[in-house]
Write a protein that binds this ligand. Sequence first.
Ligand SMILES: O=C(O)CCC(=O)C(=O)O
Ligand SMILES: [Fe+2]
Length: 206
Amino acid sequence: MPSEHQPSLFASDEPSVDAAFTTARRIVLDEHSWVEVVPGWLSGADALFDDLMTTAGWEQRDRWMYTRRVVEPRLTAQYPRLADAPHPLLHTAAQALSAHYGVTYDGLWINLYRDHRDSTGWHGDGASTRRRECVVPVLTLGAQRRFLLRPVGGGPSTDLRPVAGDLVVMGGRCQTDWRHCVPKQTTPSGPRISVNFSASEQAVPD
Ligand SMILES: O=C(O)CCC(=O)C(=O)O
Ligand SMILES: [Fe+2]
């Protein structure tokens, strides 16, 4: 099992993923939805983080909230075509995810939470997840932040705290029956990047 604390078999700092998903742990949210956490799925997360910080095409986005346009409190780089993704490891990661979950991941978007004041509010992934059941993998790099899930009608949150290299995978009806968010926090934190894998097949209703 790859671990940051064990010497790599290949004595290399090149980031790599655990294609066997050895550490995967599934949390059943309800009859139709689940979330899987795969601790340490990526080894060498810091090298990938550093690389993406400098090479990704970060953009400041805004969006309509009711009647006003608000600037999103984070930066995003979108790669609708996986071939354009800025690091070869992202291609390897998408392939491993496709093989494991049976969904062809052919694009991705990357978010940068510059510090603890950046966040994303409660949402479902919308246009990229129009199938009744979808599988949405999110890889964490950089600082640890909270990642919360709660039922669409409200209720207690499932509180995940992925650290660098951890994978969180939302499955089933998570994008319609549940909401997820990365809340702001008062405790100072360094930057975090999340890599969100998308599949054009899931953007088409079934
Ligand atoms: O940053 C994360 O962990 C989640 C991001 C997310 O949910 C999104 O961009 O849709
Ligand atoms: Fe999301």
